[in-house]
Write a protein that binds this ligand. Structure first.
Ligand code: C2E
Ligand code: MG
Ligand code: MG
Length: 687
């Protein structure tokens, strides 16, 4: 500790120094000045913790000495030393800010030390208080202090700015001044319970500003016990306004629950509302309806006019939908062109029908978007609760099923969910939707099954068989989806993909040095009748530079028999290209052998139906041998399908069947496996 001693009387100065050096509880560093001016000059240059000041100096005397020094260093503790004990002077000096007043004659080590110690302590306390006061006033947090009866005794400027009340309005009031009506009695009772039990409460409170506006604040309340008793003497509350935070929180919350394009509730919020609506329906004994709405042919608009216009149209649709329902109903966008509606408080089914009709009518009038006039309709599925299936999780799902039925029924209409829209029908419909996406998602695969030439024992052909690699269902058999592709017309793009992929594969095998294999590709009825079939195949052959004789098209009898003249015409053109034609599953269709003469066919494929029970089943055995000899007589090639075991093979060989295909040799396999199989068989085989 650094002390400045201003004392002109040398013996006194020596005495004081000695007293200080006797110190047992701290160390002092003493600087000595003999005149006031000298002391003042030192104070300007150096930092001191305390001054010991003799009042009678050569250049100053009495109260004036203190006054001049104190003016120079108002925050520095000054202990005054005098020769005489003058009560009046002592009081005056204390009032003027002197720390203490010591009479030199009475001085001993104890008195001096106590006085110094006390002066320093007091200075520290004052500094702390000054700091606290600065913090109190300069902090951005609002601070409110009450007494034990919650009368406000102090608030800071920040709280005034936050609330709009001035200090005077707060003082003598209670925190009720800024209370909003947002919280219940229970809330405050719990707050007080916790505060009184633990001495602390923290949480969010909505308060009210002077202008009536409510605002959220994070509030930290402490109960301050009095130092004498353990009773609470004050409460201190610190308010942090969190309006901004709340706003961004609300915004985030909004975004999480709404569709950004249309501003409608999204799927998440929809399910929330549905849950509430169900509970309410149970209480009120009313019905609710869930509508699943899908725009008809929206994709076509999106594809032709572009996404921007598509989006504009969706917004316009959302706008119109809003006008069709009541305030209490929910309209949500589930994604894409799918919307869902919850209609509450229904008494009769007809109420819902009216809404559905209104929606269909409202949506169907012309839209002008991006300078275009566009029409769009919607198909709606309706599911009532309580109703047929009261499983809450299925309310929307079944409305979706009903919507698919509405689509099937010709679009632009609505259908109520009913039990006959059973799962099988639904699955079929789901399959259809998935199938539509499968091509662009590249979920189709071609597998290849080898055909063995019985004379040479080598693979001289493969049949390309399509598979659907569905992300959830796994590998789907063509028997399950070909009829659907056929029905929906999707077989045309998919069929083209098959032809092109098969041609590409022939090219790869040719390039890899395998002897020319015949690639058999199946063709469905609709494919066979498509107007640009010839061009499409020609294009594929050309693009991959395939010798046409390596491609064999498999057609079933029933496809061929559909329109004999047209068939003959098309087959002729295909033959002109140089392709081979096979009749698949020969003998299973209703056909007359007569037409065989007229059609330029190369191969007959014996259906595995006839192979299955060979050689035991004599009827099948005679059919198989008849087909083989028919082929031979007409100079056609014969292929037996579905050969699974040695006995079947032996029988067919005995009948001189030319080629065989079946699990006995290999299942249909992916191209890479086929390549390795060809490689190993080439090594072993006749070549
Ligand atoms: P398909 O043309 O008669 O094809 C022969 C079917 O018999 C294939 O069924 C094949 O996997 C199966 N198979 C082969 N060997 C055996 C065997 O030893 N035992 C048994 N039990 N079955 C055997 P897959 O691949 O399920 O094809 C079914 C049908 O789907 C095909 O019958 C064909 O009509 C159609 N298909 C397959 N791919 C295509 C395609 O790309 N386009 C068209 N339009 N139809 C296709
Ligand atoms: Mg086939
Ligand atoms: Mg077949």
């Amino acid at each position: 500790m650094k002390i400045l001693l201003i004392e002109d009387h040398k013996p006194d100065a020596v005495l004081l120094r000695e007293l200080l050096m006797e110190d047992t509880w701290g160390s002092f560093y003493l600087v000595h000045a003999e005149r006031l001016e000298e002391g003042v000059a030192l104070l300007k240059q150096e930092h001191f913790d305390l001054v010991l000041l003799d009042l009678s100096l050569p250049d100053a005397f009495g109260h004036d000495t203190f006054g001049r020094l104190h003016q120079q260093a108002p925050n520095l503790p000054i202990i005054v030393l005098t020769g005489i004990d003058d009560e009046d002077l002592a009081i005056k000096l204390a009032q003027a800010g002197a720390q203490d007043y010591l009479v030199k004659n009475d001085l001993n080590n104890g008195i001096l030390h106590r006085s110094i110690h006390y002066a320093i302590e007091r200075k520290r306390a004052e500094e702390k208080l000054r700091l606290a006061a600065t913090v109190f006033e300069s902090t951005l947090e609002g601070i409110l202090i009450t007494d034990a009866k919650t009368n406000i005794i102090s608030v800071n400027q920040a709280l005034c700015s936050i609330t709009g009340y001035c200090v005077e309005e707060f003082i003598e009031s209670t925190p009720n001044l800024i209370k909003s009506e947002r919280h219940s009695h229970v809330f405050f009772r719990q707050l007080w319970d916790i505060l009184n039990k633990t001495g602390q409460w923290r949480g969010e409170i909505w308060n009210r500003r002077k202008n009536g506006e409510t605002f959220p604040a994070w509030v930290n309340i402490s109960a301050v016990p009095s130092s004498a008793t353990s009773n609470i003497s004050h409460y201190v509350a610190v308010f942090t306004e969190i309006t901004e935070l709340k706003l961004s929180e609300e915004r985030l919350n909004y975004l999480a629950h709404h569709d950004p394009l249309t501003g409608l509730p999204n799927r998440l919020l929809f399910h929330d509302r549905l849950e509430q609506a169900v509970l309410q329906a149970q209480r009120s004994k009313h019905m609710i309806a869930v509508m699943f709405l899908d725009l008809d042919r929206f994709k076509a608009i999106n594809d032709t006019l572009g996404h921007v216009i598509g989006d504009e149209l969706l917004v316009a649709v959302a706008e119109r939908l809003k006008h069709c329902a009541r305030e209490t109903d929910t309209i949500a966008r589930l994604g894409g062109d799918e919307f869902a509606v919850i209609i509450t408080r229904i008494i009769h089914e007809e109420d819902v029908e009216q809404v559905a009709q209104k929606i269909i009518q409202t949506l169907s009038s012309v839209y002008s978007v991006g300078g275009y006039e566009v029409f769009i309709t919607a198909s709606i599925g309706i599911n009532l609760y309580p109703g047929i299936d009261n499983d809450r999780g299925k309310l929307l799902e079944n409305a979706d099923v009903a919507m698919y039925h509405a689509k099937q029924f010709g679009r632009n209409n609505y259908k109520f969910y009913s039990t006959d829209m059973n799962a099988v029908a639904f699955e079929r419909l789901m399959l259809e939707t998935n199938l539509r996406r499968a091509l662009e998602r590249q979920e189709f695969r071609l597998y290849y099954q080898p055909q063995i030439d019985m004379q040479s024992g080598i693979v001289n052909g493969v049949e390309a068989l399509i598979r659907w690699q569905h992300p959830e269902l796994g590998l789907v058999s063509p028997l399950e989806f070909i009829p659907l592709l056929e029905e929906t017309g999707l077989i045309l793009p998919v069929g083209e993909w098959v032809i092109r992929t098969a041609c590409k594969q022939i090219r790869e095998w040719l390039d890899a040095g395998f002897p020319s294999l015949i690639m058999a590709v199946n063709l469905s009825g609709r494919q066979f009748r498509q107007p640009n079939l010839i061009e499409m195949i020609e294009q594929a052959l050309h693009e991959f530079n395939i010798p046409p004789a390596q491609l064999e098209l498999e057609l079933t009898e029933s496809v061929m028999m559909d329109n004999l003249e047209e068939t003959a015409e098309t087959l002729k053109k295909l033959k002109l290209l140089g392709l081979k034609i096979a009749i698949d599953d020969f003998g299973t269709g209703v056909s007359s052998l007569g037409y065989l003469k007229h059609f330029p066919v190369d191969t007959l494929k014996i259906s595995h139906d006839f192979v299955l029970n060979l050689p035991a089943d004599s009827a099948d055995a005679s059919i198989a041998s008849a087909v083989i000899s028919l082929a031979r007589n007409m100079q056609l090639s014969s292929v037996a399908e579905g050969v699974e075991n040695q006995r079947q093979m032996d029988f067919l060989r005995s009948q001189d069947c030319e080629r065989m295909q079946g699990f006995l040799f290999s299942r249909p396999i992916p191209a890479e496996q086929m390549t390795s199989l060809l490689t190993s068989w080439q090594g072993m085989g006749g070549k």
